[in-house]
Design a protein around this ligand. Structure first.
Ligand code: GLV
Ligand code: MN
Ligand code: MN
Length: 419
């Protein structure tokens, strides 16, 4: 039998089909976690699975599993997949590509009657993005730790204030036919295809990146409190203006953090002042910080610097500051064994590759704590992601999917070819 290849047309048609769910006017998607569109995408995947004779399961955090049986179903499954939720103005490939490429791989195994020793399962993890409910990677975090942190149930959605517990229950109920599984069942290995979300592969003309690890991320929520007062009558010496303190702190931090360390990433993506009247000094100014670096020590140092700068800026304006860590994702390195399986797969398929570190976080970071995990990147136009204009050339989506198929066939003790 010749080299096994996926059905590229079917993959591209599925990408279009899912991109229609939560589609935005500018060609992207808004399919935030645990919303109606997220449930609709999950229902479509479950429906496609049932049509192909695969079984469908969810776990208590609503991770969705599509199971293709192996010859010995007592063996831990190989998991492949990603996520279906998106940013509020997200692209059609972030998450969906990895989930649908994984589904295409099990459809291909089915098409060619390839029997595997152990089950191969597709997973769509819950709330990878973390923008509606923080933290991100809730599904893989809960899976890897076999527990749902108690604080999550009362979280409120950033967009409509809905409570997490209710949104999770409604999402689970939207797939009444799915079987229920425990969190954190044993997994043989995990592989995730994803768009690079950066410019390197496109610039270097490479179709595939082999991801060696994921840099660390820390999210902070800063709240500065002052005194709300009349905008027209309050002279400078009487003001305790938390927004002024925020601007000063952020001015210093933008000037200090990234310019002094090319590997550092410092982003303020959400800012709000209360009560939000044009003619009142705010009572509070709150903002988030997304801080990233490949080194945990540097993350510690940068967080310390942020805390000092924010407290100084607050006291200079007669304000108070509280800084809460929303989450801390230490960096991860993938194992050499699974990376060499990816190298062999690329060589077999003739894909030019490079090894690279992921600047974005992914579910693979958490799965790597419980099973050998790795990622395959494909290029995206202008390196753009978390943007409705996100674009992957069709041949690169198909290449990523063929690379995933080739990679699973390289994993020892997985495959018996009977097709
Ligand atoms: C994932 O979406 C990230 O923010 O890295
Ligand atoms: Mn993603
Ligand atoms: Mn994302």
């Amino acid at each position: 039998m010749g080299q096994l290849v996926v059905n590229g047309e079917r993959l591209l048609a599925n990408l279009d089909r899912f991109a229609a769910i939560g589609a935005t006017k500018k060609g992207g998607v808004n399919r935030q976690a645990l919303t109606g569109p997220d449930r609709e995408a999950r229902r479509l995947l479950a429906q496609l699975a049932v049509e192909r004779g695969f079984s469908v399961f969810q776990d208590p955090i609503a991770n969705l599993f599509i199971c293709r049986k192996g010859r010995d179903d007592s063996l831990a499954p190989l998991l492949i997949g990603s996520h279906l939720d998106s940013q509020p103005s997200g692209g059609r490939f972030d998450g969906a590509l990895g989930t649908l490429a994984a589904f295409e791989v099990i459809e291909t195994l089915e098409d060619f009657g390839i029997e595997t020793e152990r089950p191969v399962e597709v997973v769509a993890f819950t709330n990878e993005e973390g923008c509606r409910f923080a933290p991100g990677c809730m599904g893989s975090t809960a899976f890897a730790s076999r527990t749902i942190p108690s604080g999550w149930s009362s979280l409120r959605a950033a967009d409509d204030g809905a409570e997490f517990a209710g949104e999770l229950a409604a999402t689970l109920q939207s797939l009444p036919g799915a079987g229920m599984r425990d969190l954190g069942f044993p997994v043989f290995a995990f592989l995730e295809v994803h768009i690079e979300q950066g410019p390197s592969l496109e610039k270097e003309g490479l179709p595939i990146g082999i991801v060696t690890g994921i840099q660390g991320t820390r999210w902070l929520e800063v709240t500065l409190s002052g005194q709300t007062a009349h905008a027209g009558t309050t002279a400078l010496i009487y003001r305790r203006d938390p927004f002024h303190a925020a601007v000063n702190a952020l001015g210093s931090l933008f000037a200090a953090i990234m310019p002094s360390d090319p590997a550092a990433r410092f982003t303020v993506g959400r800012i709000a002042v209360q009560p939000g009247a044009v003619n009142a000094i705010p009572q509070t100014a709150a903002f988030t910080i997304d801080l990233r670096h490949p080194s945990s020590e540097r993350l510690d140092e940068m967080e310390e610097k942020i805390r000092a700068v924010v407290h100084d800026a607050a006291s200079a304006q007669g304000c108070e500051a509280t800084i809460r860590q929303m989450f801390d994702m230490p960096p991860a390195n993938f194992e050499a064994g699974i990376l060499s399986a990816l190298d062999r797969a690329a060589q077999e398929r003739g894909f030019a590759t490079r090894r690279m570190l992921s600047g974005a976080f992914h579910d693979a970071l958490f799965m790597n704590r419980v099973a050998p995990s790795a990622m395959i990147f494909v290029p995206c136009r202008d390196g753009l992601s978390h943007n409705e204009a996100e674009h992957v050339e069709p041949e690169h989506s198909v290449a990523g999917c063929n690379m995933l198929l080739a990679a699973i066939l390289q994993l020892p003790s997985l495959v018996i070819v009977t097709g």
